[in-house]
Design a protein around this ligand. Structure first.
Ligand code: HPA
Length: 256
């Protein structure tokens, strides 16, 4: 009987957000078009090797950023990764900073979230007659994966804010100042549009999930000049500058 060679298991998946459409320097890449019961994921999933491990990459908004936050098929994305054998995911999310020390270009590894999204399909429990899951979600992110990222950032010499509460808004518009003031009163430190339902779906599938939040701008009415309008050019410049640290942290996590 001839020996059959299976690819090694996937150690980690990255779901890239705004400004992160590929994982740089991946070797021996393969593209996977994965169809799921829920439809097509946002993009082909690219697998390849980094730091001696096999990883998967998925572009959340599509490879040319054509899918708005509320139009993303979060279920297809999570299930496609699950079908490829992924069991832990790092979601990279562009955010606005609310807390005084979470300004543009800061990276944060949040430990809590509040979901303000509306009308998104947010569960795999979708058919009568199938078991209903009431996942435990008091700690929405995997503690082990969060700690792994924090340790990796430290070893790599990349500054990150440890902890913080991510407010997930519906978008695609940015928020009003009153909305951000409310999020601040609620205890949110950062605001983004894609953190949910991704985190909950990963938990429903039994996968470890953590978030690297990349701060693109001060949220509305925040920062040293609360009257300054938020410019898209500024957002893209900050993301381009700060996102480069993400693969540095991930490579260190894989190597560690
Ligand atoms: N609000 C919500 N999502 C975001 C922001 C913001 O200010 N910046 C980047 N993603």
């Amino acid at each position: 009987m001839s020996a059959q060679s299976f690819p090694p298991p996937i150690d980690l998946a990255i779901i890239g957000g705004t400004g992160v459409y590929a994982f740089p320097g991946l070797r021996n890449t393969q593209r996977h078009e994965v169809a799921t019961r829920w439809g097509q994921p946002s993009s082909a999933i690219v697998t390849g090797e980094a730091a001696g491990k096999r990883i998967a990459f998925l572009a959340r908004h599509g490879e040319r950023h054509t899918i708005a936050p509320h139009r993303i098929n979060y279920r297809a994305n999570i299930d496609a990764l699950h079908e490829l054998g992924v069991r832990r995911i790092v979601g990279v999310n562009a955010v606005g900073g609310i807390r005084h020390d979470i300004g543009p270009r800061v990276l944060a590894i949040p430990d809590q979230l509040i979901d303000y999204t509306a009308g998104r399909i947010s569960s795999f429990c979708d058919a009568d007659g199938e078991p209903v899951l009431h996942i435990e979600f008091g700690e929405p992110y995997s503690d082990a994966l969060r700690r792994g990222l924090l340790d990796a950032a430290k070893r790599a010499g990349v500054a990150v804010v440890a902890g913080g509460c991510y407010g997930a808004t519906q978008g695609p518009r940015l928020e009003t100042r009153a909305e951000i003031a409310r999020l601040r009163r609620d205890g949110c430190d950062l605001v983004g549009m894609t953190g949910m339902p991704e985190a909950a779906l990963a938990r429903e599938r039994g996968m470890d999930y953590a978030c690297i939040a990349v701060v693109a701008n001060w949220a509305a009415g925040c920062g040293p000049d609360p009257d300054a309008p938020i410019s898209l050019d500024e957002i893209h410049a900050h993301l381009a500058a700060a996102s480069g640290q993400v693969p540095v942290i991930v490579r260190e996590l894989l190597a560690g």
